[in-house]
Design a protein around this ligand. Structure first.
Ligand SMILES: [Zn+2]
Length: 77
């Protein structure tokens, strides 16, 4: 298993096989880049998700040929 980085331009699309996925990120439009949290989601008072434990940013790569989106986690902040 190799490490994925933002500058990796040799990634191959799992759907159509094209090489050269475009890097990007997913944003919910309010709080910034979406993150992955380890373990089960826990909700505190007022229905707010408790954000504790290990987390990593979600990296999104788009195929310029078929628009397929591949998601990976980046290194911890
Ligand atoms: Zn593709």
């Amino acid at each position: 298993m190799r490490t994925i980085t933002w500058m990796d331009t040799t990634m191959t699309c799992a759907r159509c096989g094209s090489v050269g996925l475009e890097e990007g990120f997913i944003d919910d439009g309010r709080s910034g880049q979406v993150a992955w949290f380890q373990g089960e989601r826990k909700v505190g008072m007022f229905g707010i998700t408790k954000r504790s434990g290990p987390q990593r940013p979600v990296l999104a790569y788009q195929c310029p040929q078929c628009s397929h989106l591949e998601l990976f986690t980046g290194p911890p902040d």
